[in-house]
Design a protein around this ligand. Structure first.
Ligand code: NAI
Length: 467
């Protein structure tokens, strides 16, 4: 075994690769083990990035088909080259994963391709294509992420019943796509294929779509998606499916006992993800894995029950989001270097990249009620925002929750165009413990979409100008 690394990271997703870079910046000798040939993990290869590439491409297609006429733009016959669209998606992914490799080189991080197993509290055995290799490590970071949950009565077959990876690469536009689960993945990929011409039926177990979102925002998003042609069956539990060649009949039960059978050609199962630590040998080393969620317990410094072994990202508690994993990666490396690494879990934004997008940070109104807080609400619709009018993107609103006594911002929910970009303002204000009044007194460029954020902050005290 060679000279020990200060840190061996297992997994090169947004948690692992960011932790590796930050640790290297802080002077540590770092190796990062990844079983896939490309770096970047689920997010870059089969998650956030390719799905956003397809969301953007399909949105352009939809705009050209349905909306350009209103702008006075006319053209000849509109065509769809799905192969080219998927190839562009793959190019976007390749550019970014190559970028991570470049960053590793720049920071002198050794990428080790292979499957890792924790051999001892200070060594990692890697099955590489060239044979086994043992890495000696002062510290080990587990950042192995998560995998889609498979329903036992609706197993993936890689062709007609697929997970999110499969739904990013259908070789033709499905005639009828049934989506099981109205969460992040179901709504995003359901939107992609709807825009490209599929009939899309979404079946959700709970009484509302994106159940974790602010109810008012989630219900309004459902209205917009229904208008776009997505069909929803809520309070309906999928119980199984019959597959016959290229056709599938999905069986489900409604809450009132009624039966639903939907015949289709493709099924996307998006009912959540499960933390992934298979094959690491954590049981042998004495690290407990929650049998239900697959998650691993850690302390405030991200240390597992074995102090030299830490874990971050989807593998530990909290939302399964790339930016949460990245922040934990940075905090972990800084704590390891004796610095004050910290993640503020109350201000982690979340975004659903539908059209319009739904971006949120902080408490939903339901959480504020559950916590017995006294709060005020300010709302402002994009219909009254000049830039939204110019863009012809007037659906949605900004909703702000502020503490009734202190005016401190408790939460913000933006359903609207580019909500993913606008939510950053709310995150920054909440990080500084700011108030609705702080946002209301901040000059916002005119005309711009974030003016709706300011107006919602003004509306907290009933003094919005443009409504
Ligand atoms: P999710 O947890 O967002 O949604 C799953 C939905 O499936 C829930 O609404 C649940 O009630 C429903 N469900 C569960 N079992 C069901 C059944 N038998 N029949 C019908 N409905 C059922 O999970 P999803 O969409 O798979 O995404 C997984 C994770 O990936 C998310 O939690 C999110 O953290 C992450 N993600 C984030 C994205 C983003 O930040 N934009 C995009 C995609 C994924």
């Amino acid at each position: 075994m060679s000279e020990p690394y200060d840190l061996v990271v297992v997994g090169a997703g947004p948690g692992g690769y960011v932790a590796a870079i930050r640790a290297a910046q802080l002077g540590m000798k770092v190796a990062c083990v990844e079983k896939m040939p490309a770096l970047g993990g689920t997010c870059l290869n089969i998650g956030c990035i390719p799905s956003k590439a397809l969301l953007d491409s399909s949105e352009f297609y939809h705009l050209a088909k349905e909306r350009f006429g209103k702008h006075g733009i006319t053209f000849g016959k509109l065509g769809l080259d799905l192969k080219a669209m998927l190839a562009r998606k793959n190019d976007v992914v390749k550019g970014l994963t190559d970028g991570v490799r470049f960053l590793f080189k720049k920071n002198k991080i050794e990428p080790v391709q292979g499957t890792a197993r924790i051999a001892s509290p200070d060594s990692v055995e890697v099955a590489t294509p060239q044979g086994p290799r043992m890495l000696s490590a002062r510290h080990i970071l587990l950042a192995t992420g998560s995998v889609p949950i498979e329903l036992p009565f609706l197993p993936f077959n890689g062709k007609t019943i697929v997970d999110s990876t499969g739904a990013l690469a259908f070789e033709k536009v499905p005639e009828h796509l049934v989506v099981v689960g109205a969460g992040y993945i179901g709504l995003e990929l359901g939107s992609v294929w709807k825009r490209l011409g599929s009939k899309v039926t979404v079946i959700e177990f709970l009484p509302r779509i994106v159940p974790i979102a602010d109810h008012e925002a989630g219900d309004m998003l459902k209205k917009f998606l229904t208008k776009q042609g997505l069909e929803f069956h809520l309070e309906t539990k999928v119980t199984g499916a019959d597959v016959a060649g290229d056709r599938v009949t999905v069986h489900a039960e409604k809450k009132d006992g009624g039966k639903l059978d939907v015949a289709c050609d493709r099924v996307l199962v998006a009912v959540g993800r499960r933390a992934y630590s298979d094959g690491l040998g954590l049981d042998k080393i004495g690290i407990a894995v929650d049998p239900r969620t697959g998650k691993v317990g850690v302390d405030k410094h991200y240390r597992t029950s074995v102090p030299t072994i830490s874990a971050i990202g989807d593998l530990i508690d909290g939302p399964m989001l790339a930016h949460k994993a990245e922040d934990e990666g940075v905090a972990f490396a800084e704590l390891l270097a004796g610095k004050a690494g910290h993640v503020d879990y109350a201000t982690i934004p979340s975004v659903i990249y539908t059209a319009p997008e739904l971006a949120s940070v902080g408490l939903t109104e339901q959480q504020a009620i559950e916590q017995g807080l006294s709060y005020k609400v300010g709302k402002f619709p994009f219909l009254a925002n000049g830039r939204a009018k110019a863009l012809d993107e007037t659906e949605g609103f900004v909703k702000i929750l502020a503490d009734k006594t202190t005016d401190r911002l408790l939460g913000m929910h933006i359903l609207g165009p580019r909500a993913s970009d606008m939510i950053a303002e709310a995150v920054a204000v909440m990080e500084f413990g700011g108030s609705a009044e702080d946002v209301a007194r901040t000059c916002h460029a005119h005309p711009s979409l974030p003016e709706a954020v300011r107006e919602a902050a003004l509306a907290v005290d009933g003094r919005a100008i443009h409504i």
